[in-house]
Design a protein around this ligand. Structure first.
Ligand SMILES: Nc1ncnc2c1ncn2[C@@H]1O[C@H](COP(=O)(O)OP(=O)(O)O)[C@@H](O)[C@H]1O
Ligand SMILES: [Mg+2]
Length: 235
């Protein structure tokens, strides 16, 4: 399998705080890979480092076979890596469609095509395209954040806790969408505290604890692991 993303022994600091202590993982083309772990484990820090918003002090990051550890964040986006941030961060005063257009970057080329593509994945957003972002439900805002990331037709979409703060029924809907995007060929790196849902859709998974990866395997293997069950699946 061709690696889209390869993270090799990265160390990341916030001042004197050693937040990421030698993390390595890969995402292959077409895969959905999840990083699960408790609050504070270092999941967001890892994603921010991959997307270029934070810098690793040592270690390497390759995207589509090229090192990106020193590439500015906006150039990394142009190369095809899109991040859906924790807490969604949509533009609350803009309409759904305006939010989506903000995600299109690329020279206005195929904005109409990209909108068609995103509306096909999210019919709900199409129905609500003139609605103001701030008036959407939490689940719809998450769909909008994902749709905005997909407007740039990324080679890799990174999702930071898409289920955060959503009612269980909406969590299920969001994971159904994630599974569908994967089925339609999107490569996904998913960060989640909701281990059960994340493992149910993932090809492969890594467990993070206090800045390190402590376990890895297929989604099925980890869902069946006694250690994971005890620590993350409530028994
Ligand atoms: N801006 C920051 N300044 C200092 N420490 C931070 C900052 N952001 C996160 N941390 C610390 O880094 C560690 C990892 O945090 P984070 O990556 O946000 O974890 P997660 O996303 O898994 O909840 C935590 O100990 C957290 O307190
Ligand atoms: Mg986080």
């Amino acid at each position: 399998m061709t690696n889209i993303l390869k993270v090799e022994d990265i160390h990341v600091y916030y001042g004197a705080i050693h937040a990421i202590k030698g993390v390595s993982f890969q995402v292959g083309e077409g895969e959905i890979v999840t990083l699960i772990g408790a609050n504070g484990a270092g999941k967001t820090t890892t994603l921010q480092t991959v997307s270029g918003l934070l810098r690793a002090r040592s270690g390497g990051i390759e995207f589509c076979g090229e090192p990106i550890g020193r590439v500015p964040a906006h150039k990394i986006v142009e190369r095809g890596l899109a991040q859906v941030p924790e807490g969604r961060r949509i533009f609350l005063r803009m309409t759904v469609q305006e939010n989506l257009e903000m995600g299109a970057y690329t020279n206005n080329r195929d904005v109409a095509d990209a909108l068609d593509y995103v509306y096909a994945q999210f019919p709900r957003l199409k129905e609500r395209r003139r609605q103001i972002g701030g008036t959407l439900s939490g689940g719809e805002q998450q769909m909008l954040a994902m749709g905005r990331a997909l407007m740039s037709r990324p080679k890799l979409m990174m999702l930071d806790e898409p289920s955060m703060g959503l009612a269980p029924i909406l969590v299920e809907q969001i994971f159904e969408i994630i599974a569908n995007l994967h089925k339609n060929g999107t490569t996904i790196l998913l960060v989640e505290q909701n281990a059960q849902m994340a493992l149910s859709v993932a090809d492969r998974a890594y467990v993070m604890e206090t800045g390190k990866i402590t376990l890895s395997g297929t989604g099925k293997e980890l869902a069946a692991s006694e250690e994971v069950k005890k620590a993350y699946l409530g028994g």
